[in-house]
Design a protein around this ligand. Structure first.
Ligand code: NAP
Length: 322
């Protein structure tokens, strides 16, 4: 029997995809839910052709340099590519792929969920109820902020930014956006208004939602000055990447009332939170679950397989980023 190409996964994926992978490839993957640590990755035998990390697994230059000579492809599970040192991959001549599109809806849903939960103080009110402290409904006290009709500011009008803008129409929200490139089609079809600068968007939006990738240029895009440029009644929502925001400055802004609240799915130093963040009641904090549905996680795994199948068969993979 012809030998099958060898691939290495840092984590196990959905069962049907693992079954299909095992039919096409010789798969090295953890047997349980614990991901491969760096030492286990480095035990990989020469002969492995593709290394398949997830967006939660750092792939720095020294790990790339230490991968077996036989590796030709890094096929990542997730759309973000900030966890991979792309320059190091390019220097070694490795191709890199990601999994766009299939997680767009879930991540946009998560952003809208965070907006609503934070404006309406869902978490804080739910906690009161579960803690047995609810004395029944009252007309005043512990009131939230109405989200319908508020101005939404989208930073990074890509796949997920567009999906959030589409959802915002159901809430009658005027939408302003800031991206490096203007999108005249979306301005017409979705009624979006372009802001020439981030500062302009921060001054106009009642809710600022981050959807750009983490790069050198966007690291701490929302710093102390940016937070000060937001309305004191405004909310920040981040389903992009934690380090888009200076988290220590965010804690101060939330504590001092410089902004009204924040809904976060991602953190600067995951899985740790900045000191003080967890104690703040004007936040909704999710543990990086933007794409965490059964349907989407399986679709992401199939998308990695498509990229593997194409590249290892000598074709151009659909989601090549390097
Ligand atoms: P995308 O289609 O590439 O969209 C990103 C947009 O950001 C681009 O359209 C780009 O437009 C804009 N952008 C890039 N640099 C910018 C800058 N310096 N300032 C302002 N805008 C900038 O990517 P996507 O699929 O929507 O995903 C976006 C990000 O969401 C991913 O990179 C990932 O980090 C994050 N994500 C998180 C989760 C989660 O679980 N929480 C799940 C999926 C994705 P221009 O080039 O015109 O600026």
């Amino acid at each position: 029997m012809e030998s099958r190409p060898q691939i290495l996964l840092t984590r196990r994926w959905a069962k049907p995809v693992m079954k299909a992978l095992n039919e096409s490839y010789e798969v090295t993957a953890p047997t349980g839910d614990v991901p491969f640590a760096r030492t286990e990755i480095l035990k990989a035998q020469d002969g492995i052709e593709a290394f398949c990390p997830t967006a939660f697994d750092p792939v720095p230059a020294d790990l790339i340099a230490a991968l077996p000579e036989s590796v030709r492809l890094i096929a990542s599970f997730g759309v973000g590519i900030d966890h991979i040192d792309l320059d190091a991959a390019a220097r070694r001549g490795l191709a890199v792929t990601n999994t766009p599109d299939v997680l767009t809806d879930d991540t946009a849903d998560t952003a809208i969920g965070l907006m609503l939960a934070t404006c309406r103080r869902f978490w804080e009110r739910e906690k009161t109820l579960r803690d047995g402290l609810w004395a029944g409904p009252t007309p005043g006290g512990a009131l939230g902020t109405k989200m319908t009709g508020k101005t939404l500011g989208i930073v990074g009008l890509g796949r997920i930014g567009h999906a959030v803008a589409r959802r915002a129409r159901a809430f009658d929200m005027p939408v302003v956006y800031y991206s490096r490139r203007r999108d005249p089609d979306a301005e017409v079809s979705l009624g979006l208004v372009w802001c020439e600068t981030l500062a302009e968007l921060l001054g106009r939006a009642d809710i600022v939602s981050l959807h750009c990738p983490l790069t050198e240029a966007t690291h701490h895009l929302i710093d102390r000055a940016a937070l000060a440029a937001m309305k004191s009644t405004a909310f920040l929502v981040n389903t992009g990447r934690g380090a888009l925001v200076d988290e220590a400055a965010l804690v101060e802004a939330l504590r001092d009332g410089a902004i009204a609240g924040a809904g976060l799915d991602v953190y600067e130093f995951e899985p740790r939170l900045a000191p003080g963040l967890a104690e703040l009641e004007n936040t909704t904090l999710l543990p990086h679950i933007g794409s965490a549905t059964r349907e989407t996680r399986e679709a992401m795994a199939w998308r990695v397989k498509e990229n593997l199948d194409a590249y290892l068969a000598g074709q151009e993979p659909k989601d090549r980023v390097v």
